[in-house]
Design a protein around this ligand. Sequence first.
Ligand SMILES: [Co+2]
Length: 297
Amino acid sequence: MSDVDLSTESYENHREAGRILAQVRDEAAERTEVGSGYLELSEWIEDRIRELGGAPAFPVNISVDHEAAHGAAGVDDERTIGEEMVKLDIGVHIDGWLADTAVTVDLSGHAELTEASEQALEAALELVEPGVSTGDLGAEIEHVIDGYGYNPVVNLTGHGLGHWEQHTPPNIPNRAVDTGVELSVGDVVAVEPFATDGSGKVSEGATEEIYSLERDRSVRNRQARQALEQITEQFRTLPFATRWLDVDRPEMVIRRLKQQGIVHGYPVLQEAAGTLVSQREHTVIVTEDGCEVTTRQ
Ligand SMILES: [Co+2]
């Protein structure tokens, strides 16, 4: 049926990234409480990933309440977590082979909304096998979330994971679509349902703390050149945080690189109606008889 060899080094690296990530995610969820600092929590998670032998595949996303994704700690960030619905979205890579996971830590007293995205993910993962259509996964996610009386966020999707690429085809929709594609043995995909009691659509907010390389080209400014060197060598095309840059005044450097079209930002994505959003995500490898969840402990 398929000649994909799942014992190769690339898959072993995917699995190792997943093992590290599963442990760090669960430890991070334990540490997430009212009063936790964004910066302290993010740095703890990113250091823990390195300690276990991985590298962060993107800055820790801490998105709260109506924020669905791309919230992150900035340079000298002094914010702390309140009685909120907290989404931790974390990535690990080993030599560019990725794992991506997310968990909702609900400190806001909305357990059902958290459960809706969790159960939607579990139900979708049950269906993953060679030949399943991504549209059927989306339909299942929608069905489960709908059963809780909530809406899936339809303009956010799961995605494939490539080498040094965090988002590749296919998209895994969070609703039924006719345009699904069939998954095959060896595909590595992240499935990530979001649930809300609002509009089911996110829009871009005003802030951004996460960036990635758009195109590499020469810059005159010394600090910008130094930052660009670090970006192309260390992060390549993976997203990074301003606070990761080893230069003076990194925020100014980022502004400069952005103005010149060298990097682009990822604005915080928030529920258009301003309502709470929950999220759960796992990375899977499609196997002959189903799938292997790399980010499950
Ligand atoms: Co993802």
